[in-house]
Design a binder for this molecule. Structure first.
Ligand code: SF4
Length: 441
């Protein structure tokens, strides 16, 4: 590796894509500084510390050359009748390559974060919503309600970058903002302002958050009966509703991944309906945080190229979207795939492979079950389920790329920080395409 020092680097390890990091590579150690949070420091360090001469391709867990791994991967894809491309944790360029390969092979595409993303998508499909951007939160929001999430467990620098900022453009200062956390927040430290202002916490168990959202919606709409019986903290929720009504620019923040219960989309719908009502008299918007593991990036490419989001099949030669039938979990459980291409090419600690051990594919007589080709970042553990595993270049570390930020309005360029020869996801997809030649898939 060459010695390198870079500034103003964008970080690919959560949806915030903070672009103020510095990276220094020296003696085989990659150190993130500047604004890097502890997660970014740890992941950059982990990926960067893998020696370029360490094994980077495996067949059945045994080190092989990249050529051998690619030959095996091509063989598996070529013989598959019902390939599934899952994980999809990659950037825009990686996803473009995968889309081309999926089109050629008739694959189904599903992301590792689809289940949470669908909670938001179902809300938009049903009734639409009003959402905002991180810049608007930073510069205008005077009342910020974090619903069902402490935010910083998933997006470590949210408060630092978007709330407790030095000079918001349209507010006197940030200290006058009201920050309210509803739910069971675990991590409060970063929600405390630099001058020590504590966030207000309204403790509500996760299994009561759906009721809390409905109650707040009714309070804002003025549609509750006069006497209401509830053991939820009614007065505290009423106070939040009143403060949102009095706010100049309220923002409701949620992370769909934290709203992890059956039909959580109904809770999100209650929040977005409340936001709609608030906009009759003032301004209020939602901030549905996401974008981690490249989910917004991969989804955007799918929308551009197929017209549909994750859980779309290209098997028939046209795009067929089905959020239930095309879920990885269901397809694997039902043995409806005979080859999984699993892409976890951003964070070596976020591989999330489905359990294929017990799968007997309907499309294969093989007693070995369903084979998996895993494309993982440097530093990832060996995937025991994988027939083939190949280390891929991580966008923002080993190669350049592009990542959609949590508010979907900005695509951040990712820069190559160190010199290693791992192939990119797009290069592997292209190599497989060439290897397939004219073979019918
Ligand atoms: S908050 Fe997210 S994007 Fe920002 S430095 Fe930490 S991991 Fe990276």
């Amino acid at each position: 590796m060459a010695t390198a020092s870079l500034t103003d680097i964008a970080c690919p390890f959560c949806g915030l894509a903070c672009d103020d990091l510095s990276l220094n590579e020296s003696s085989g150690t990659l150190t993130a500084s500047g604004g890097a949070c502890s997660r970014a420091q740890s992941v950059f360090q982990k990926i960067g510390s893998v020696r370029s001469d360490a094994a980077s391709s495996w067949i059945d867990g045994k080190p092989v050359t990249l050529e051998q791994a690619m030959t095996k991967a091509i063989e598996l894809i070529a013989s598959a009748q019902a390939p599934l491309f899952g994980g999809l944790a990659t950037d825009v360029l990686g996803m473009r390559g995968l889309m081309e390969l999926a089109d050629r092979t008739g694959a189904i595409l599903d992301h590792m974060n689809s289940e949470s993303k669908l909670r938001n998508l179902r809300t938009v499909q049903d009734a639409g919503w009003i959402t905002t951007t991180l810049s608007e939160v930073r510069n205008r929001a005077d009342v910020i309600v974090c619903f069902g999430t402490d935010v910083s467990s998933r997006f470590p620098r949210f408060f630092e970058r978007c709330v407790w900022v030095e000079k918001p453009m349209f507010l006197e200062d940030s200290e006058h903002r009201q920050v309210i956390l509803i739910g069971e927040p675990k991590n409060l430290a970063s929600a405390i302002s630099p001058k020590g202002q504590q966030p207000e916490v309204i403790a509500i168990a996760q299994d009561r958050l759906a009721e809390a959202a409905a109650l707040m919606r009714g309070l804002v709409a003025g549609s509750l009966p006069n006497k209401i019986k509830t053991d939820l903290p009614f007065e505290a929720l009423q106070s939040v509703a009143e403060r949102l009504q009095a706010a100049h620019y309220g923002v409701i923040v949620w992370a769909a991944a934290d709203l992890d219960w059956s039909h959580a989309e109904l809770t999100i719908q209650a929040l977005t309906a409340m936001i709609g009502t608030l906009n009759n008299t003032t301004r209020c918007a939602g901030m549905p945080l996401g974008g981690s593991d490249g989910d917004f990036s991969s989804d955007a490419v799918m929308l551009w190229q197929s017209g549909y989001p994750f859980r779309t099949s290209l098997a028939s030669g046209t795009s067929q979207y089905d959020p239930v039938m095309h879920s990885t979990e269901r397809i694997v459980a039902e043995g409806e795939t005979d080859c999984v291409l699993w892409v976890a090419g951003l964070d070596p600690d976020r591989i999330q492979v489905p359990n294929l051990r017990a799968v007997t594919s309907r499309h294969s007589a093989s007693a070995k079950g369903c084979p998996m080709i895993a494309l993982t970042s440097a530093g990832a553990d060996l995937v025991s389920e994988a027939a083939v595993q190949i280390t891929v270049a991580t966008p923002g570390v080993d190669t350049h790329g592009y990542l959609f930020r949590a508010d979907k309005v900005v695509t951040l360029p990712l820069r190559k920080a160190i010199q290693r020869s791992y192939p990119t996801v797009a290069e592997i997809a292209q190599h497989i395409l060439v290897g397939l030649g004219d073979k019918a898939c």
